[in-house]
Design a protein around this ligand. Sequence first.
Ligand SMILES: [Zn+2]
Length: 99
Amino acid sequence: MSLLTFFTRRNKEPDTPEPDMPLVPTAPAHEATNSPKVLMRFLTHGGAAVEVYEPAESPKYTLRCLGCDYDFSSTTSTYVREDANAHASNCRAMPKPTA
Ligand SMILES: [Zn+2]
């Protein structure tokens, strides 16, 4: 037995085709097509986003902090925008873990 035998790569597995992988990553569940449209975002001190949504099912603008789940709604977009900005200025929540 020569030394070359130890270093010769043997391919015992037949070539198997790659599993079908989507070329474009699929959208996460919270980005479904029927989710409300985000009008603006504010950044908290911890790096989470506070999102302001346009009215969808009710005539109210809403905001949600994606770090601490704080929410607020009003029919006046100015109130929601100001509250989102004020919350982002005080909130120290970090983005939620994904796993
Ligand atoms: Zn928050």
